[in-house]
Design a protein around this ligand. Structure first.
Ligand SMILES: [Zn+2]
Length: 484
């Protein structure tokens, strides 16, 4: 019995979002049982509820990757140190974050092994073996894996030393084809986030200071979180011929000349779960878009005394019908108060709650409560599956619309550096401003305001006027924000 009060109070333990966003986030992650800290510093345990969300994201993304002609494969976790150092910029960029294996089987290794921080190097070696002729191109391979990047400051899902992701690695005949692939994936990522996670993003090109180590050009999708900070949700890199030259990936071209392939790499990670939490959540906890919700509907039986004999079988039958219609549904048959169950499932973000009591059974109806709008309504049992499906679609759509509205309200164009600083000190969000293209100007803006160039949108306006910080003419129209 000692356990009861603790359980009752767990919802009120969530720090209000408006009070301390960062603490709210950690409370939600832990109390909704998405992830937990582990004995390994910087590494999290993804709990079943969080992993179920990841599996749904993975399934939706994997289907899109395959529909665009890519296939999955698997490469080793370890990379001989010598391979990582072949591409100079690449090794310089990743060196501070690399974990090494120095011993194995009780003996010191002759060559240290790197625990992959990303797989360009090991995949490059294999592509050099596999690609001989233009007929072998393009190579369109994706890998689902874990990677390790030693991080000093970590936060569950957003930045952890080990994380899960997919990494695509492709090789092409021409520069044009390579760039087209890079942008095709960026568009795929954008659509995936809008459709599945109800998260709107800004697709664009990264400045040189933020590009992937070893890439020619990096593109990203950037989303705005509930606290006005931006989150880089996915990247797509045009590697040019940099890795092909470092790993000697050549092919005999149609004109019989020997040429280096053109490469891309692209990835999205478990960070997406963090994005969904921070875009949609509220003071009561998680709000999950139906398409990535492990349970789209939870049914709570209401009743006294013998509810387990009367209401529960009926609730299970309703659940069976919903499940048969392809809806992910859970009946909460635990011996707890209904009010307690309501709070728990609200906190865990289940999009739609159905309550069924003896009176509802008599009337041939169920009582519904939406998580996003908290609207409540009686629904007739007749045609319930179609009605629930419609409501779930409505919730998914509403969450995206809400997120777009929020993002648009927090996006503004500024004309002066003072206005720029005022936004970042007051109510941060995206700031659109002209940029001269100079790295030192970009760095100074970061020092002054903590804001960085998130990207230069693909469909942005043509640059006009002068750079927001200096008097030089603007070369780019950039989107700035404080970022995670
Ligand atoms: Zn400037």
């Amino acid at each position: 019995m000692a356990k009861k009060p603790e359980k009752d109070s767990f919802v009120t333990e969530i720090t209000p979002r408006s009070e301390d966003f960062s603490k709210w986030y950690l409370d939600v992650v832990r109390k909704a049982e998405l992830a937990d800290y582990s004995p390994v510093k910087g590494c999290m345990v993804i709990r079943p509820y969080g992993f179920a969300i990841w599996e749904l994201i993975q399934k939706a993304l994997d289907a899109r990757i395959k529909a665009t002609g890519h296939v999955n494969a698997y490469f080793p976790l370890f990379i001989p140190e010598g391979l990582l150092t072949k591409e100079a910029e690449h090794v310089e960029g990743f060196a501070p974050q690399v974990a090494y294996v120095t011993h194995g089987g009780g003996e010191e290794l002759e060559e240290k092994l790197v625990v992959r921080p990303t797989s360009e190097a090991i995949i490059g070696v294999m592509y050099a073996k596999w690609i001989q002729s233009w007929r072998d191109l393009p190579v369109l391979i994706n890998q689902w894996a874990n990677v390790v990047r030693w991080e000093k400051v970590t936060r569950p899902f957003l930045r952890t030393t080990e994380f899960l992701w997919q990494e695509g690695h492709t090789a092409h005949e021409t520069a044009e084809e390579c760039e087209a692939e890079t942008l095709k994936i960026l568009a795929l990522y954008e659509e995936m986030l809008a459709t599945e996670l109800a998260v709107p993003v800004v697709p664009g090109r990264k400045s040189d200071s933020e590009k992937f180590a070893g890439a020619l050009r990096t593109y990203s999708i950037e989303a705005l979180m509930g606290d006005g900070r931006a989150l880089q949700a996915g990247t797509s890199h045009n590697l040019g011929q940099n890795f092909a030259k470092a790993f000697d990936i050549t092919f005999q071209a149609r004109d019989k000349s020997v040429q280096h392939v053109w490469g891309t790499s692209w990835g999205m990670t478990t960070r997406l779960i963090g994005a969904a939490i921070m875009v949609h959540g509220d003071d009561s906890g998680l709000v999950l878009p139906p398409r990535i919700a492990p349970y789209q509907v939870v049914i709570v039986p209401i009743g006294k005394d013998n509810w387990q004999e009367t209401v529960l079988p009926f609730a299970k039958q309703v659940a069976g019908n919903l499940a048969a219609a392809g809806i992910r549904v859970k009946v909460d048959d635990r011996d707890e108060r209904p009010g307690w169950k309501f709070s728990e499932w609200e906190m865990r973000g289940v999009p739609l709650r159905l309550e069924i009591g003896p009176k509802d059974i008599e009337k041939g109806q169920v009582f519904s409560a939406r998580r996003d709008t908290r609207e409540k309504a009686a629904l007739p049992l007749e045609g319930l599956e179609a009605r629930v499906r419609e409501m779930l679609d409505g919730i998914q759509h509403n969450l995206l619309t809400r997120a777009i509205t929020f993002r648009d309200e927090r996006t503004q164009r500024v004309g002066s550096y003072q206005a720029f600083k005022d936004v970042m000190e007051g109510r941060p969000g995206f700031v659109i401003a002209g940029w001269c293209g100079a790295a030192d100007c970009e760095a100074q803006i970061k020092t002054d305001t903590q804001a960085t160039i998130r990207n230069m949108p693909l469909n942005g306006a043509a640059p006009s006027g002068s750079c927001v910080r200096c008097d030089n003419p603007a070369q780019f129209e950039a989107w700035f924000a404080k970022a995670y």
